[in-house]
Design a protein around this ligand. Structure first.
Ligand code: NAD
Length: 259
Protein backbone atom coordinates (compact mmCIF):
# COMPACT_ATOMS: atom_id res chain seq x y z
CA UNK A 1 0.00 0.00 0.00
CA UNK A 2 1.48 3.40 -0.86
CA UNK A 3 0.57 6.76 0.66
CA UNK A 4 -2.38 7.27 -1.69
CA UNK A 5 -4.03 4.01 -0.62
CA UNK A 6 -3.25 2.34 -3.92
CA UNK A 7 -2.41 -1.32 -3.87
CA UNK A 8 -0.55 -3.26 -6.54
CA UNK A 9 -1.54 -6.92 -6.39
CA UNK A 10 1.56 -8.86 -5.38
CA UNK A 11 0.73 -11.76 -7.65
CA UNK A 12 -2.05 -13.00 -9.92
CA UNK A 13 -3.68 -15.11 -7.22
CA UNK A 14 -3.98 -12.30 -4.71
CA UNK A 15 -5.12 -9.93 -7.47
CA UNK A 16 -7.95 -12.29 -8.38
CA UNK A 17 -8.91 -12.66 -4.71
CA UNK A 18 -8.96 -8.92 -4.05
CA UNK A 19 -10.92 -8.27 -7.23
CA UNK A 20 -13.39 -11.01 -6.30
CA UNK A 21 -13.96 -9.40 -2.93
CA UNK A 22 -14.51 -6.00 -4.49
CA UNK A 23 -16.95 -7.48 -7.01
CA UNK A 24 -18.84 -9.26 -4.23
CA UNK A 25 -19.21 -6.06 -2.21
CA UNK A 26 -20.30 -3.87 -5.16
CA UNK A 27 -23.73 -3.54 -6.66
CA UNK A 28 -23.07 -1.42 -9.77
CA UNK A 29 -19.84 -2.36 -11.52
CA UNK A 30 -18.84 -0.48 -14.66
CA UNK A 31 -16.09 -2.03 -16.80
CA UNK A 32 -14.15 0.33 -19.06
CA UNK A 33 -12.38 -1.67 -21.75
CA UNK A 34 -9.60 -1.03 -24.23
CA UNK A 35 -7.78 -2.95 -26.92
CA UNK A 36 -6.03 -5.16 -24.34
CA UNK A 37 -9.17 -7.18 -23.63
CA UNK A 38 -9.26 -8.28 -27.28
CA UNK A 39 -5.63 -9.35 -27.80
CA UNK A 40 -6.58 -12.83 -26.54
CA UNK A 41 -9.14 -12.87 -29.39
CA UNK A 42 -6.35 -12.27 -31.90
CA UNK A 43 -6.89 -8.54 -32.50
CA UNK A 44 -3.63 -6.63 -31.98
CA UNK A 45 -3.76 -3.59 -29.68
CA UNK A 46 -2.26 -0.22 -30.54
CA UNK A 47 0.62 0.29 -28.17
CA UNK A 48 2.04 -3.11 -27.25
CA UNK A 49 5.23 -4.07 -29.11
CA UNK A 50 4.12 -5.18 -32.58
CA UNK A 51 0.77 -3.41 -32.07
CA UNK A 52 -1.01 -1.58 -34.88
CA UNK A 53 0.50 1.77 -33.85
CA UNK A 54 4.00 0.53 -34.62
CA UNK A 55 2.97 -0.58 -38.12
CA UNK A 56 0.53 2.06 -39.33
CA UNK A 57 0.34 5.73 -38.49
CA UNK A 58 -3.35 6.43 -37.75
CA UNK A 59 -5.11 8.49 -40.44
CA UNK A 60 -6.69 11.54 -38.78
CA UNK A 61 -10.27 12.50 -39.63
CA UNK A 62 -9.47 15.72 -41.51
CA UNK A 63 -7.06 13.80 -43.73
CA UNK A 64 -9.70 11.16 -44.47
CA UNK A 65 -12.17 13.87 -45.48
CA UNK A 66 -9.66 15.88 -47.54
CA UNK A 67 -7.78 13.18 -49.41
CA UNK A 68 -8.92 10.46 -51.78
CA UNK A 69 -5.58 8.74 -51.22
CA UNK A 70 -6.09 8.71 -47.45
CA UNK A 71 -9.61 7.27 -47.87
CA UNK A 72 -8.33 4.57 -50.20
CA UNK A 73 -5.50 3.71 -47.79
CA UNK A 74 -7.85 3.67 -44.83
CA UNK A 75 -10.21 1.19 -46.54
CA UNK A 76 -7.30 -0.91 -47.83
CA UNK A 77 -6.09 -1.30 -44.23
CA UNK A 78 -9.59 -2.13 -43.05
CA UNK A 79 -10.03 -4.87 -45.63
CA UNK A 80 -6.57 -6.23 -44.76
CA UNK A 81 -7.82 -6.62 -41.19
CA UNK A 82 -11.15 -8.18 -42.13
CA UNK A 83 -10.06 -11.81 -41.75
CA UNK A 84 -8.82 -10.96 -38.22
CA UNK A 85 -11.97 -9.13 -37.14
CA UNK A 86 -14.28 -11.72 -38.72
CA UNK A 87 -12.51 -14.62 -36.98
CA UNK A 88 -12.36 -12.98 -33.54
CA UNK A 89 -14.47 -14.53 -30.78
CA UNK A 90 -14.99 -13.18 -27.27
CA UNK A 91 -12.13 -14.04 -24.90
CA UNK A 92 -12.20 -14.81 -21.19
CA UNK A 93 -12.32 -11.11 -20.34
CA UNK A 94 -15.38 -10.49 -22.51
CA UNK A 95 -17.08 -13.62 -21.18
CA UNK A 96 -16.43 -12.72 -17.55
CA UNK A 97 -18.02 -9.30 -18.06
CA UNK A 98 -21.00 -10.91 -19.82
CA UNK A 99 -21.44 -13.25 -16.83
CA UNK A 100 -21.42 -10.30 -14.39
CA UNK A 101 -23.87 -8.46 -16.66
CA UNK A 102 -26.23 -11.45 -16.68
CA UNK A 103 -25.95 -11.66 -12.89
CA UNK A 104 -27.24 -8.07 -12.72
CA UNK A 105 -23.97 -6.68 -11.35
CA UNK A 106 -22.98 -4.71 -14.46
CA UNK A 107 -25.47 -2.15 -15.80
CA UNK A 108 -23.37 -1.45 -18.89
CA UNK A 109 -19.88 -1.62 -20.37
CA UNK A 110 -18.01 1.45 -21.58
CA UNK A 111 -15.60 0.49 -24.34
CA UNK A 112 -13.02 2.16 -26.52
CA UNK A 113 -13.03 -0.93 -28.71
CA UNK A 114 -14.52 -1.05 -32.16
CA UNK A 115 -14.60 -4.82 -32.59
CA UNK A 116 -18.16 -5.67 -31.47
CA UNK A 117 -16.90 -8.44 -29.14
CA UNK A 118 -18.88 -7.30 -26.07
CA UNK A 119 -22.09 -7.62 -28.06
CA UNK A 120 -20.89 -11.00 -29.37
CA UNK A 121 -20.37 -12.15 -25.76
CA UNK A 122 -24.06 -11.63 -24.99
CA UNK A 123 -24.30 -8.04 -23.71
CA UNK A 124 -27.24 -6.17 -25.28
CA UNK A 125 -26.12 -3.58 -27.82
CA UNK A 126 -27.88 -0.82 -25.87
CA UNK A 127 -25.73 -1.63 -22.84
CA UNK A 128 -22.41 -1.41 -24.69
CA UNK A 129 -21.36 2.24 -24.80
CA UNK A 130 -18.94 2.53 -27.73
CA UNK A 131 -16.93 5.72 -27.28
CA UNK A 132 -14.95 5.17 -30.48
CA UNK A 133 -17.61 3.59 -32.63
CA UNK A 134 -17.67 0.22 -34.39
CA UNK A 135 -15.63 -1.03 -37.32
CA UNK A 136 -17.94 -3.91 -38.26
CA UNK A 137 -20.16 -1.59 -40.33
CA UNK A 138 -19.89 1.77 -42.12
CA UNK A 139 -21.76 5.04 -42.47
CA UNK A 140 -21.95 7.85 -45.02
CA UNK A 141 -20.30 11.00 -43.70
CA UNK A 142 -22.90 13.11 -45.52
CA UNK A 143 -26.29 11.54 -44.75
CA UNK A 144 -25.42 8.86 -42.17
CA UNK A 145 -26.80 5.98 -44.27
CA UNK A 146 -25.59 2.69 -42.83
CA UNK A 147 -23.73 0.20 -45.02
CA UNK A 148 -22.31 -3.24 -44.39
CA UNK A 149 -18.74 -4.14 -45.20
CA UNK A 150 -19.71 -6.56 -47.96
CA UNK A 151 -21.20 -3.61 -49.85
CA UNK A 152 -18.08 -1.50 -49.16
CA UNK A 153 -15.77 -4.25 -50.38
CA UNK A 154 -17.77 -4.75 -53.57
CA UNK A 155 -17.52 -0.99 -54.28
CA UNK A 156 -13.80 -1.00 -53.54
CA UNK A 157 -13.19 -4.02 -55.78
CA UNK A 158 -15.23 -2.55 -58.65
CA UNK A 159 -13.85 1.01 -58.61
CA UNK A 160 -10.47 0.47 -56.92
CA UNK A 161 -11.43 3.36 -54.66
CA UNK A 162 -12.95 4.04 -51.26
CA UNK A 163 -16.74 3.64 -51.32
CA UNK A 164 -19.08 6.61 -51.76
CA UNK A 165 -22.72 6.80 -50.71
CA UNK A 166 -25.36 5.49 -53.14
CA UNK A 167 -27.73 8.22 -51.99
CA UNK A 168 -25.57 11.36 -51.78
CA UNK A 169 -22.14 10.42 -53.21
CA UNK A 170 -20.33 11.55 -50.03
CA UNK A 171 -17.49 9.42 -48.60
CA UNK A 172 -18.43 6.31 -46.61
CA UNK A 173 -16.29 5.52 -43.56
CA UNK A 174 -16.25 2.69 -41.04
CA UNK A 175 -18.48 3.70 -38.14
CA UNK A 176 -15.45 4.49 -35.98
CA UNK A 177 -14.25 7.71 -34.36
CA UNK A 178 -10.89 8.72 -35.83
CA UNK A 179 -8.38 11.05 -34.22
CA UNK A 180 -9.67 14.59 -34.72
CA UNK A 181 -13.27 13.47 -35.17
CA UNK A 182 -15.80 14.71 -32.62
CA UNK A 183 -16.87 12.29 -29.91
CA UNK A 184 -20.37 10.82 -30.09
CA UNK A 185 -22.44 13.04 -27.75
CA UNK A 186 -25.01 10.51 -26.65
CA UNK A 187 -22.35 7.90 -25.82
CA UNK A 188 -20.25 10.42 -23.87
CA UNK A 189 -23.31 11.46 -21.86
CA UNK A 190 -24.31 7.85 -21.10
CA UNK A 191 -20.73 6.88 -20.20
CA UNK A 192 -20.48 9.86 -17.85
CA UNK A 193 -23.74 8.89 -16.16
CA UNK A 194 -22.64 5.26 -15.74
CA UNK A 195 -19.23 6.29 -14.39
CA UNK A 196 -20.76 8.66 -11.86
CA UNK A 197 -23.42 6.21 -10.67
CA UNK A 198 -21.28 3.09 -10.14
CA UNK A 199 -19.60 1.89 -6.97
CA UNK A 200 -16.82 -0.05 -8.75
CA UNK A 201 -15.11 1.08 -11.96
CA UNK A 202 -12.78 -1.43 -13.59
CA UNK A 203 -10.34 -0.39 -16.33
CA UNK A 204 -9.39 -3.43 -18.43
CA UNK A 205 -6.68 -3.36 -21.09
CA UNK A 206 -6.28 0.33 -21.77
CA UNK A 207 -3.12 2.40 -21.78
CA UNK A 208 -5.36 5.36 -20.75
CA UNK A 209 -3.66 7.79 -23.09
CA UNK A 210 -6.52 8.48 -25.51
CA UNK A 211 -8.61 11.43 -24.35
CA UNK A 212 -11.37 12.27 -23.57
CA UNK A 213 -12.12 8.57 -22.98
CA UNK A 214 -9.27 8.37 -20.46
CA UNK A 215 -11.10 10.89 -18.28
CA UNK A 216 -13.77 8.32 -17.32
CA UNK A 217 -11.88 6.55 -14.48
CA UNK A 218 -11.34 9.80 -12.57
CA UNK A 219 -14.97 10.83 -13.09
CA UNK A 220 -15.96 7.59 -11.39
CA UNK A 221 -13.37 7.92 -8.65
CA UNK A 222 -14.34 11.51 -7.89
CA UNK A 223 -17.99 10.46 -7.65
CA UNK A 224 -17.08 7.93 -4.96
CA UNK A 225 -16.44 4.66 -6.82
CA UNK A 226 -13.52 2.37 -6.10
CA UNK A 227 -11.15 2.13 -9.06
CA UNK A 228 -9.41 -1.02 -10.31
CA UNK A 229 -6.95 -1.12 -13.22
CA UNK A 230 -6.18 -4.45 -14.91
CA UNK A 231 -3.38 -3.92 -17.43
CA UNK A 232 -0.06 -5.67 -17.87
CA UNK A 233 1.78 -2.36 -18.30
CA UNK A 234 1.69 0.59 -15.90
CA UNK A 235 -0.65 3.47 -16.73
CA UNK A 236 -0.55 7.12 -15.71
CA UNK A 237 -3.60 6.60 -13.54
CA UNK A 238 -2.28 3.71 -11.45
CA UNK A 239 -1.68 6.09 -8.54
CA UNK A 240 -5.39 6.93 -8.45
CA UNK A 241 -6.48 3.30 -8.34
CA UNK A 242 -7.50 1.35 -5.25
CA UNK A 243 -6.20 -1.84 -6.84
CA UNK A 244 -3.81 -2.39 -9.77
CA UNK A 245 -3.45 -5.85 -11.31
CA UNK A 246 -0.50 -6.04 -13.74
CA UNK A 247 -1.29 -9.47 -15.14
CA UNK A 248 -2.87 -11.01 -18.20
CA UNK A 249 -6.54 -10.07 -18.56
CA UNK A 250 -7.72 -13.57 -19.51
CA UNK A 251 -5.93 -15.07 -16.49
CA UNK A 252 -7.26 -12.35 -14.19
CA UNK A 253 -10.89 -12.42 -15.33
CA UNK A 254 -11.08 -16.11 -16.28
CA UNK A 255 -12.16 -17.13 -12.75
CA UNK A 256 -15.23 -14.87 -13.14
CA UNK A 257 -16.50 -16.48 -16.35
CA UNK A 258 -18.62 -19.07 -14.48
CA UNK A 259 -20.25 -21.94 -16.31
P1 NAD B 1 -3.76 0.57 -26.22
O1 NAD B 1 -3.24 -0.30 -27.32
O2 NAD B 1 -3.28 1.95 -26.12
O3 NAD B 1 -3.48 -0.14 -24.84
C1 NAD B 1 -3.77 -1.49 -24.62
C2 NAD B 1 -3.17 -1.88 -23.29
O4 NAD B 1 -3.57 -3.21 -23.04
C3 NAD B 1 -1.64 -1.83 -23.28
O5 NAD B 1 -1.20 -1.04 -22.21
C4 NAD B 1 -1.23 -3.31 -23.11
O6 NAD B 1 -0.14 -3.46 -22.25
C5 NAD B 1 -2.45 -3.91 -22.49
N1 NAD B 1 -2.67 -5.33 -22.84
C6 NAD B 1 -2.70 -5.88 -24.08
N2 NAD B 1 -3.02 -7.19 -24.02
C7 NAD B 1 -3.13 -7.48 -22.69
C8 NAD B 1 -3.43 -8.66 -21.96
N3 NAD B 1 -3.68 -9.83 -22.59
N4 NAD B 1 -3.46 -8.60 -20.61
C9 NAD B 1 -3.21 -7.43 -19.95
N5 NAD B 1 -2.95 -6.27 -20.59
C10 NAD B 1 -2.92 -6.29 -21.94
O7 NAD B 1 -5.35 0.49 -26.31
P2 NAD B 1 -6.46 1.56 -25.87
O8 NAD B 1 -6.13 2.17 -24.56
O9 NAD B 1 -7.76 0.84 -26.03
O10 NAD B 1 -6.35 2.72 -26.95
C11 NAD B 1 -6.22 2.42 -28.31
C12 NAD B 1 -7.34 2.93 -29.21
O11 NAD B 1 -7.34 2.10 -30.36
C13 NAD B 1 -8.72 2.77 -28.63
O12 NAD B 1 -9.28 4.02 -28.65
C14 NAD B 1 -9.47 1.84 -29.56
O13 NAD B 1 -10.54 2.55 -30.16
C15 NAD B 1 -8.56 1.50 -30.68
N6 NAD B 1 -8.27 0.06 -30.91
C16 NAD B 1 -9.27 -0.85 -30.77
C17 NAD B 1 -9.01 -2.21 -30.97
C18 NAD B 1 -10.16 -3.16 -30.79
O14 NAD B 1 -11.31 -2.77 -31.00
N7 NAD B 1 -9.90 -4.40 -30.40
C19 NAD B 1 -7.73 -2.64 -31.30
C20 NAD B 1 -6.70 -1.68 -31.46
C21 NAD B 1 -7.00 -0.32 -31.25
Amino acid sequence: MDQGGQMIAKDLQSGVEQLGEMIATSSAIVPFTGAGISTESGIPDFRSPGGLWTRNRPIPFDEFVASQEARDESWRRRFNMEATFAAARPGRGHRALAALYKAGKVPGVITQNIDNLHQASGIAGDDVIELHGNTTYARCLGCDTRYDLVWAKAQFDTTGRAPVCDACAQPVKTATISFGQSMPEDEMRRATELAQACDLFVVIGSSLVVWPAAGMPLLAKNAGARLVIVNREPTEQDDDADLVIRHDIGDTLGPFVGN
